[in-house]
Design a protein around this ligand. Structure first.
Ligand code: T4K
Length: 388
Protein backbone atom coordinates (compact mmCIF):
# COMPACT_ATOMS: atom_id res chain seq x y z
CA UNK A 1 0.00 0.00 0.00
CA UNK A 2 1.05 3.56 -0.64
CA UNK A 3 1.37 5.80 2.35
CA UNK A 4 0.39 9.34 1.69
CA UNK A 5 1.30 11.11 4.89
CA UNK A 6 3.81 13.86 4.20
CA UNK A 7 6.86 13.44 6.43
CA UNK A 8 6.94 15.86 9.31
CA UNK A 9 9.99 18.07 9.76
CA UNK A 10 10.98 16.26 12.95
CA UNK A 11 10.35 12.69 11.71
CA UNK A 12 12.32 13.02 8.47
CA UNK A 13 15.93 11.90 8.74
CA UNK A 14 18.36 14.41 7.29
CA UNK A 15 19.32 13.14 3.83
CA UNK A 16 22.86 11.87 3.93
CA UNK A 17 23.13 10.15 0.56
CA UNK A 18 23.63 12.44 -2.45
CA UNK A 19 20.49 13.79 -4.07
CA UNK A 20 18.97 11.57 -6.77
CA UNK A 21 18.34 14.33 -9.28
CA UNK A 22 15.25 14.17 -11.45
CA UNK A 23 17.51 14.23 -14.50
CA UNK A 24 21.27 13.82 -14.76
CA UNK A 25 22.12 14.21 -18.44
CA UNK A 26 25.37 12.74 -19.71
CA UNK A 27 26.74 14.34 -22.85
CA UNK A 28 29.31 12.57 -25.06
CA UNK A 29 33.00 13.14 -24.19
CA UNK A 30 34.56 16.22 -25.79
CA UNK A 31 37.08 14.07 -27.72
CA UNK A 32 34.19 12.39 -29.53
CA UNK A 33 32.53 15.75 -30.20
CA UNK A 34 35.91 17.04 -31.41
CA UNK A 35 36.22 14.31 -34.04
CA UNK A 36 33.14 15.74 -35.75
CA UNK A 37 33.84 19.39 -35.01
CA UNK A 38 37.32 19.16 -36.56
CA UNK A 39 35.71 19.09 -40.00
CA UNK A 40 33.98 22.40 -39.29
CA UNK A 41 37.21 23.82 -37.92
CA UNK A 42 39.18 22.74 -40.99
CA UNK A 43 36.63 24.53 -43.16
CA UNK A 44 36.31 27.39 -40.64
CA UNK A 45 32.57 27.00 -41.02
CA UNK A 46 30.64 27.32 -37.76
CA UNK A 47 26.96 27.91 -38.58
CA UNK A 48 24.48 28.25 -41.45
CA UNK A 49 24.22 24.62 -42.47
CA UNK A 50 27.91 23.67 -42.25
CA UNK A 51 29.30 20.13 -42.56
CA UNK A 52 28.23 18.93 -39.09
CA UNK A 53 24.63 20.14 -39.48
CA UNK A 54 24.46 18.60 -42.95
CA UNK A 55 25.76 15.24 -41.74
CA UNK A 56 23.39 15.34 -38.79
CA UNK A 57 20.41 15.99 -41.07
CA UNK A 58 21.40 13.02 -43.27
CA UNK A 59 21.88 10.65 -40.34
CA UNK A 60 18.62 11.63 -38.66
CA UNK A 61 16.69 11.40 -41.92
CA UNK A 62 17.96 7.84 -42.42
CA UNK A 63 17.39 6.83 -38.83
CA UNK A 64 13.79 8.01 -38.89
CA UNK A 65 12.86 6.06 -41.99
CA UNK A 66 13.70 8.39 -44.86
CA UNK A 67 12.25 11.70 -43.68
CA UNK A 68 13.85 15.04 -44.47
CA UNK A 69 15.41 16.52 -41.33
CA UNK A 70 16.22 20.15 -40.53
CA UNK A 71 18.32 20.68 -37.37
CA UNK A 72 17.11 23.67 -35.34
CA UNK A 73 18.18 25.66 -32.28
CA UNK A 74 15.55 24.08 -30.03
CA UNK A 75 12.16 22.39 -30.19
CA UNK A 76 10.18 25.54 -29.36
CA UNK A 77 11.58 27.36 -32.38
CA UNK A 78 11.02 24.13 -34.30
CA UNK A 79 7.31 24.25 -33.38
CA UNK A 80 7.10 27.92 -34.36
CA UNK A 81 8.57 27.32 -37.81
CA UNK A 82 6.64 24.06 -38.25
CA UNK A 83 3.40 25.98 -37.69
CA UNK A 84 4.58 28.91 -39.82
CA UNK A 85 5.39 26.51 -42.69
CA UNK A 86 2.07 24.68 -42.51
CA UNK A 87 -0.66 26.71 -40.82
CA UNK A 88 0.99 30.01 -41.77
CA UNK A 89 0.36 33.42 -40.26
CA UNK A 90 -3.20 34.16 -39.19
CA UNK A 91 -5.14 35.90 -41.89
CA UNK A 92 -8.86 35.03 -41.95
CA UNK A 93 -11.53 33.75 -39.60
CA UNK A 94 -9.64 30.60 -38.68
CA UNK A 95 -8.08 31.68 -35.38
CA UNK A 96 -7.70 28.44 -33.40
CA UNK A 97 -5.09 25.68 -33.35
CA UNK A 98 -6.03 22.45 -31.58
CA UNK A 99 -3.66 21.20 -28.89
CA UNK A 100 -4.00 18.95 -25.87
CA UNK A 101 -3.87 20.95 -22.65
CA UNK A 102 -1.94 18.08 -21.05
CA UNK A 103 1.41 19.15 -22.49
CA UNK A 104 4.31 21.56 -22.05
CA UNK A 105 3.95 25.33 -22.48
CA UNK A 106 5.98 25.39 -25.73
CA UNK A 107 3.00 24.28 -27.85
CA UNK A 108 0.76 27.11 -26.63
CA UNK A 109 3.63 29.54 -26.93
CA UNK A 110 4.32 28.63 -30.57
CA UNK A 111 0.59 28.80 -31.40
CA UNK A 112 0.35 32.23 -29.77
CA UNK A 113 3.47 33.57 -31.52
CA UNK A 114 1.72 33.04 -34.83
CA UNK A 115 -1.34 34.98 -33.67
CA UNK A 116 -3.57 31.97 -33.01
CA UNK A 117 -5.32 30.85 -29.84
CA UNK A 118 -5.06 27.28 -28.54
CA UNK A 119 -8.19 25.15 -28.65
CA UNK A 120 -7.91 22.49 -25.96
CA UNK A 121 -9.04 18.98 -26.71
CA UNK A 122 -8.83 16.30 -24.03
CA UNK A 123 -6.40 13.38 -23.97
CA UNK A 124 -7.51 9.84 -23.29
CA UNK A 125 -7.08 8.37 -19.86
CA UNK A 126 -5.02 5.34 -20.93
CA UNK A 127 -2.51 6.65 -23.46
CA UNK A 128 -2.50 10.28 -22.26
CA UNK A 129 -2.55 11.30 -25.95
CA UNK A 130 -4.89 13.61 -27.91
CA UNK A 131 -8.19 11.70 -27.91
CA UNK A 132 -9.93 11.24 -31.29
CA UNK A 133 -13.20 10.49 -29.50
CA UNK A 134 -13.35 14.21 -28.60
CA UNK A 135 -13.04 15.47 -32.19
CA UNK A 136 -16.73 15.37 -33.10
CA UNK A 137 -17.70 17.68 -30.24
CA UNK A 138 -14.77 20.06 -30.81
CA UNK A 139 -15.42 20.10 -34.56
CA UNK A 140 -19.14 20.79 -34.12
CA UNK A 141 -18.46 23.79 -31.90
CA UNK A 142 -15.34 25.22 -33.55
CA UNK A 143 -14.74 23.44 -36.88
CA UNK A 144 -14.87 26.54 -39.07
CA UNK A 145 -12.39 28.35 -36.79
CA UNK A 146 -9.75 25.60 -36.66
CA UNK A 147 -6.58 26.42 -38.64
CA UNK A 148 -4.38 23.51 -37.60
CA UNK A 149 -3.87 20.61 -35.20
CA UNK A 150 -0.94 19.98 -32.89
CA UNK A 151 -0.75 16.38 -31.71
CA UNK A 152 1.85 15.34 -29.16
CA UNK A 153 3.82 12.20 -28.41
CA UNK A 154 3.18 12.59 -24.70
CA UNK A 155 6.32 11.96 -22.63
CA UNK A 156 8.14 10.75 -25.74
CA UNK A 157 5.69 7.90 -26.22
CA UNK A 158 4.09 7.21 -29.59
CA UNK A 159 0.33 7.51 -29.71
CA UNK A 160 -1.33 4.31 -30.99
CA UNK A 161 -1.25 4.15 -34.80
CA UNK A 162 -5.08 4.31 -34.81
CA UNK A 163 -4.98 7.60 -32.88
CA UNK A 164 -2.49 9.10 -35.34
CA UNK A 165 -4.58 7.89 -38.28
CA UNK A 166 -7.60 9.63 -36.69
CA UNK A 167 -5.57 12.84 -36.13
CA UNK A 168 -4.65 12.78 -39.83
CA UNK A 169 -8.21 12.05 -40.92
CA UNK A 170 -9.59 14.96 -38.86
CA UNK A 171 -6.94 17.31 -40.28
CA UNK A 172 -7.86 16.12 -43.78
CA UNK A 173 -11.59 16.60 -43.12
CA UNK A 174 -11.01 20.11 -41.82
CA UNK A 175 -8.54 20.85 -44.62
CA UNK A 176 -5.82 21.89 -42.14
CA UNK A 177 -2.28 20.70 -41.37
CA UNK A 178 -1.17 18.36 -38.61
CA UNK A 179 2.00 19.17 -36.65
CA UNK A 180 3.24 16.63 -34.09
CA UNK A 181 5.23 17.71 -31.03
CA UNK A 182 7.42 14.70 -30.27
CA UNK A 183 9.79 16.68 -28.04
CA UNK A 184 10.95 13.76 -25.89
CA UNK A 185 10.28 11.10 -28.52
CA UNK A 186 13.51 10.92 -30.50
CA UNK A 187 14.13 7.17 -30.72
CA UNK A 188 10.60 6.06 -29.87
CA UNK A 189 8.55 3.77 -32.12
CA UNK A 190 4.85 3.06 -32.45
CA UNK A 191 3.32 -0.38 -31.85
CA UNK A 192 4.02 -1.32 -35.48
CA UNK A 193 7.71 -0.60 -34.95
CA UNK A 194 7.73 2.59 -37.06
CA UNK A 195 10.06 5.28 -35.69
CA UNK A 196 8.47 8.63 -34.89
CA UNK A 197 9.32 11.37 -37.37
CA UNK A 198 6.78 11.08 -40.16
CA UNK A 199 3.51 11.23 -38.25
CA UNK A 200 2.24 14.65 -39.26
CA UNK A 201 2.84 17.08 -42.09
CA UNK A 202 5.72 18.12 -39.87
CA UNK A 203 7.08 16.65 -36.63
CA UNK A 204 9.41 18.27 -34.09
CA UNK A 205 11.88 16.83 -31.55
CA UNK A 206 13.85 18.40 -28.69
CA UNK A 207 17.51 17.73 -27.96
CA UNK A 208 17.43 19.69 -24.69
CA UNK A 209 19.66 18.49 -21.84
CA UNK A 210 16.64 17.10 -20.01
CA UNK A 211 15.46 15.04 -22.97
CA UNK A 212 16.55 11.42 -23.60
CA UNK A 213 18.62 12.56 -26.61
CA UNK A 214 20.40 15.06 -24.41
CA UNK A 215 22.77 17.46 -26.12
CA UNK A 216 22.31 20.79 -24.29
CA UNK A 217 19.95 22.78 -26.50
CA UNK A 218 18.80 21.80 -29.96
CA UNK A 219 16.14 20.02 -31.92
CA UNK A 220 15.11 18.79 -35.30
CA UNK A 221 12.12 19.32 -37.59
CA UNK A 222 11.23 16.32 -39.76
CA UNK A 223 8.84 15.90 -42.66
CA UNK A 224 8.18 13.61 -45.60
CA UNK A 225 7.73 16.66 -47.83
CA UNK A 226 10.87 18.16 -49.43
CA UNK A 227 8.86 21.35 -50.09
CA UNK A 228 7.97 21.74 -46.41
CA UNK A 229 11.57 20.97 -45.43
CA UNK A 230 12.69 23.73 -47.79
CA UNK A 231 10.25 26.18 -46.20
CA UNK A 232 11.42 25.24 -42.71
CA UNK A 233 15.05 25.68 -43.83
CA UNK A 234 14.22 29.17 -45.10
CA UNK A 235 12.18 30.02 -42.00
CA UNK A 236 15.08 29.26 -39.63
CA UNK A 237 17.40 31.37 -41.81
CA UNK A 238 15.55 34.72 -41.73
CA UNK A 239 13.27 33.59 -44.56
CA UNK A 240 16.09 33.73 -47.14
CA UNK A 241 15.81 31.57 -50.24
CA UNK A 242 18.81 30.29 -52.21
CA UNK A 243 19.14 33.68 -53.96
CA UNK A 244 19.17 35.43 -50.59
CA UNK A 245 15.75 36.91 -51.13
CA UNK A 246 13.40 36.91 -48.14
CA UNK A 247 10.39 34.81 -49.08
CA UNK A 248 8.98 34.10 -45.61
CA UNK A 249 7.65 36.99 -43.53
CA UNK A 250 7.95 34.96 -40.32
CA UNK A 251 11.63 34.11 -40.89
CA UNK A 252 13.81 34.09 -37.81
CA UNK A 253 17.19 32.74 -36.76
CA UNK A 254 16.59 29.22 -35.53
CA UNK A 255 19.58 27.41 -36.99
CA UNK A 256 21.68 24.88 -35.13
CA UNK A 257 25.36 25.84 -34.76
CA UNK A 258 28.16 23.52 -35.93
CA UNK A 259 29.41 22.93 -32.40
CA UNK A 260 25.93 21.89 -31.30
CA UNK A 261 25.56 19.67 -34.38
CA UNK A 262 28.91 18.02 -33.51
CA UNK A 263 27.60 17.28 -30.00
CA UNK A 264 24.45 15.77 -31.57
CA UNK A 265 26.51 13.58 -33.94
CA UNK A 266 28.62 12.23 -31.09
CA UNK A 267 25.48 11.64 -29.01
CA UNK A 268 23.87 9.81 -31.92
CA UNK A 269 26.78 7.33 -31.99
CA UNK A 270 25.96 6.22 -28.43
CA UNK A 271 22.22 6.73 -28.51
CA UNK A 272 21.05 3.14 -28.95
CA UNK A 273 23.11 2.16 -25.93
CA UNK A 274 21.73 5.12 -23.96
CA UNK A 275 18.15 4.19 -24.89
CA UNK A 276 18.74 0.61 -23.81
CA UNK A 277 20.17 1.82 -20.50
CA UNK A 278 17.08 3.99 -19.91
CA UNK A 279 14.66 1.22 -20.89
CA UNK A 280 16.36 -1.35 -18.65
CA UNK A 281 16.32 0.97 -15.66
CA UNK A 282 12.75 2.13 -16.28
CA UNK A 283 11.58 -1.50 -16.58
CA UNK A 284 13.23 -2.29 -13.23
CA UNK A 285 11.46 0.65 -11.55
CA UNK A 286 8.09 -0.19 -13.11
CA UNK A 287 8.42 -3.83 -12.09
CA UNK A 288 9.35 -2.94 -8.52
CA UNK A 289 6.41 -0.54 -8.28
CA UNK A 290 3.89 -2.95 -9.86
CA UNK A 291 2.63 -4.33 -6.51
CA UNK A 292 1.54 -0.81 -5.57
CA UNK A 293 -0.92 -0.75 -8.46
CA UNK A 294 0.23 2.59 -9.83
CA UNK A 295 -1.02 3.17 -13.36
CA UNK A 296 1.47 3.73 -16.18
CA UNK A 297 1.11 5.12 -19.69
CA UNK A 298 -0.16 2.68 -22.33
CA UNK A 299 2.64 2.12 -24.86
CA UNK A 300 5.43 3.33 -22.58
CA UNK A 301 7.67 0.34 -23.30
CA UNK A 302 8.42 1.69 -26.80
CA UNK A 303 9.03 5.20 -25.48
CA UNK A 304 12.27 6.89 -24.59
CA UNK A 305 11.79 7.30 -20.84
CA UNK A 306 12.64 10.92 -20.24
CA UNK A 307 11.31 10.08 -16.79
CA UNK A 308 9.24 7.23 -15.37
CA UNK A 309 5.68 8.56 -15.47
CA UNK A 310 3.13 6.94 -13.16
CA UNK A 311 -0.20 7.93 -11.65
CA UNK A 312 -0.66 8.19 -7.90
CA UNK A 313 -4.12 7.30 -6.56
CA UNK A 314 -4.98 10.94 -5.82
CA UNK A 315 -3.55 14.46 -5.76
CA UNK A 316 -3.15 14.28 -1.98
CA UNK A 317 -1.18 11.05 -2.18
CA UNK A 318 0.91 12.37 -5.10
CA UNK A 319 1.84 15.51 -3.19
CA UNK A 320 2.66 13.38 -0.16
CA UNK A 321 4.97 11.16 -2.19
CA UNK A 322 6.78 14.17 -3.70
CA UNK A 323 7.30 15.69 -0.26
CA UNK A 324 8.43 12.40 1.28
CA UNK A 325 10.85 11.76 -1.56
CA UNK A 326 12.32 15.27 -1.23
CA UNK A 327 12.95 14.60 2.45
CA UNK A 328 14.76 11.40 1.46
CA UNK A 329 16.92 13.18 -1.11
CA UNK A 330 15.02 11.97 -4.19
CA UNK A 331 13.85 14.69 -6.59
CA UNK A 332 10.48 13.89 -8.16
CA UNK A 333 8.46 16.07 -10.51
CA UNK A 334 4.79 16.07 -11.47
CA UNK A 335 4.55 16.68 -15.22
CA UNK A 336 2.07 18.19 -16.14
CA UNK A 337 0.43 19.06 -12.82
CA UNK A 338 -0.36 22.43 -14.36
CA UNK A 339 -1.78 21.72 -17.81
CA UNK A 340 -2.02 24.60 -20.29
CA UNK A 341 -5.54 25.60 -19.28
CA UNK A 342 -4.35 26.24 -15.73
CA UNK A 343 -1.53 28.61 -16.73
CA UNK A 344 -2.71 32.23 -16.42
CA UNK A 345 -1.33 33.07 -19.89
CA UNK A 346 -3.43 30.38 -21.59
CA UNK A 347 -6.35 29.90 -19.20
CA UNK A 348 -8.77 31.94 -21.29
CA UNK A 349 -8.44 29.77 -24.41
CA UNK A 350 -11.53 27.83 -25.53
CA UNK A 351 -12.13 24.14 -24.88
CA UNK A 352 -13.46 21.70 -27.43
CA UNK A 353 -15.33 19.78 -24.73
CA UNK A 354 -14.59 18.78 -21.15
CA UNK A 355 -11.01 18.20 -20.03
CA UNK A 356 -11.76 15.46 -17.51
CA UNK A 357 -8.87 13.16 -18.39
CA UNK A 358 -6.46 16.10 -18.45
CA UNK A 359 -7.59 17.26 -15.02
CA UNK A 360 -7.37 13.74 -13.59
CA UNK A 361 -3.86 13.27 -14.98
CA UNK A 362 -2.78 16.67 -13.70
CA UNK A 363 -3.93 15.73 -10.21
CA UNK A 364 -2.27 12.33 -10.12
CA UNK A 365 0.82 12.49 -12.38
CA UNK A 366 4.15 11.69 -10.88
CA UNK A 367 7.46 11.74 -12.74
CA UNK A 368 10.26 9.63 -11.30
CA UNK A 369 13.96 10.23 -11.98
CA UNK A 370 15.80 8.70 -14.90
CA UNK A 371 19.40 8.73 -16.06
CA UNK A 372 21.48 6.45 -18.25
CA UNK A 373 23.69 5.68 -15.24
CA UNK A 374 21.05 5.39 -12.53
CA UNK A 375 22.47 2.85 -10.09
CA UNK A 376 20.71 -0.09 -8.43
CA UNK A 377 21.04 1.74 -5.13
CA UNK A 378 19.38 4.83 -6.57
CA UNK A 379 16.58 2.70 -8.02
CA UNK A 380 16.09 1.27 -4.52
CA UNK A 381 15.87 4.76 -3.08
CA UNK A 382 13.34 5.86 -5.72
CA UNK A 383 11.16 2.81 -5.12
CA UNK A 384 11.36 3.21 -1.34
CA UNK A 385 10.49 6.91 -1.58
CA UNK A 386 7.39 6.14 -3.65
CA UNK A 387 6.30 3.10 -1.66
CA UNK A 388 6.71 4.84 1.68
N1 T4K B 1 7.27 20.18 -26.22
C1 T4K B 1 7.28 19.44 -25.10
C2 T4K B 1 6.22 18.38 -24.92
C3 T4K B 1 8.27 19.64 -24.13
O1 T4K B 1 8.29 18.89 -23.00
C4 T4K B 1 9.26 20.63 -24.35
C5 T4K B 1 10.30 20.88 -23.39
C6 T4K B 1 9.22 21.37 -25.56
C7 T4K B 1 8.20 21.12 -26.46
C8 T4K B 1 10.24 22.43 -25.88
O2 T4K B 1 11.52 21.87 -26.06
P1 T4K B 1 12.83 22.86 -26.02
O3 T4K B 1 12.43 24.14 -26.67
O4 T4K B 1 13.26 23.01 -24.60
O5 T4K B 1 13.84 22.11 -26.87
C9 T4K B 1 12.59 21.21 -18.85
C10 T4K B 1 13.18 21.65 -20.19
O6 T4K B 1 13.78 22.95 -20.14
C11 T4K B 1 12.24 21.60 -21.34
O7 T4K B 1 13.05 21.36 -22.48
C12 T4K B 1 11.25 20.44 -21.20
N2 T4K B 1 10.28 20.36 -22.24
C13 T4K B 1 10.51 20.54 -19.89
C14 T4K B 1 9.47 19.45 -19.72
O8 T4K B 1 11.46 20.42 -18.85
P2 T4K B 1 12.61 22.19 -16.41
O9 T4K B 1 12.21 23.55 -16.02
O10 T4K B 1 11.88 21.04 -15.82
O11 T4K B 1 14.18 21.90 -16.23
P3 T4K B 1 15.05 22.07 -14.90
O12 T4K B 1 16.06 23.13 -15.12
O13 T4K B 1 14.17 22.19 -13.72
O14 T4K B 1 15.82 20.68 -14.85
C15 T4K B 1 15.16 19.44 -14.63
C16 T4K B 1 16.13 18.45 -13.98
O15 T4K B 1 17.23 18.23 -14.81
C17 T4K B 1 16.69 18.86 -12.64
O16 T4K B 1 16.88 17.67 -11.89
C18 T4K B 1 18.06 19.42 -12.97
C19 T4K B 1 18.46 18.52 -14.12
N3 T4K B 1 19.37 19.12 -15.07
C20 T4K B 1 18.92 20.08 -15.93
C21 T4K B 1 19.77 20.60 -16.87
C22 T4K B 1 19.27 21.68 -17.83
C23 T4K B 1 20.66 18.65 -15.11
O17 T4K B 1 21.04 17.76 -14.32
N4 T4K B 1 21.50 19.15 -16.06
C24 T4K B 1 21.11 20.10 -16.95
O18 T4K B 1 21.91 20.50 -17.82
O19 T4K B 1 12.39 22.28 -17.98
Amino acid sequence: MLTSTPPSATAAPAPTAPLVRFQRPLLPPLEEVGRYFRVAEERRWYANGGPCAQLLAERIGERLGGVVAVPVANCTIGLMVALAATVGPRTGARDLVVTPSYTFAAAASAISWLGYTPLYVDVDAGTWQLDPRRFAEAGAAFGDRIAGIVGTSTFGCAAPAAHVAAWRAWARDLGVPLVVDSAAGFGAADELGAPLGGQGDVEVFSFHATKPFATGEGGVVTTRSPELADRVTRLVNFGFDAERVVTEPLGLNGKMSELQAAVCLAALDGYDEALLARRTRAAAIVERLAPLGLLTQVGHERGTWQAVAVLAPSRRERDGIVARAAAQGVELRAYFDRPLHRHPAYAGAPRGGRLDATDALADRCLSLPMAVDLTADEIDRIVRAVAG
